[in-house]
Design a protein around this ligand. Structure first.
Ligand SMILES: [Zn+2]
Length: 72
């Protein structure tokens, strides 16, 4: 389960890019989208957190503003 992903930090002014392990599984989101795996990353540079959606072996970061109101 411990898989690192190549991700880019979405926080403004950071733009960190590299391989990162998910900080935790966002299991609270599973009920809304059972087939979608969401993970939480913590940037090693700016220490900001963001959520990403696992698609295959890749992760698509969720828009920061969408984290609070994601309903799709
Ligand atoms: Zn960052």
């Amino acid at each position: 389960m411990l898989t690192s992903y190549l991700v880019r930090c979405p926080h403004a002014g950071c733009n960190w890019f590299g391989s990162l392990l998910p900080a935790e599984n966002a299991q609270a989101w599973r009920s809304a989208t059972p087939t979608t795996k969401l993970v939480v990353f913590e940037c090693p540079q700016c220490h900001g957190q963001w959520q990403g959606r696992v698609v295959g072996d890749d992760v698509k970061p969720l828009p920061l503003q969408q984290v609070a109101t994601a309903s799709v």
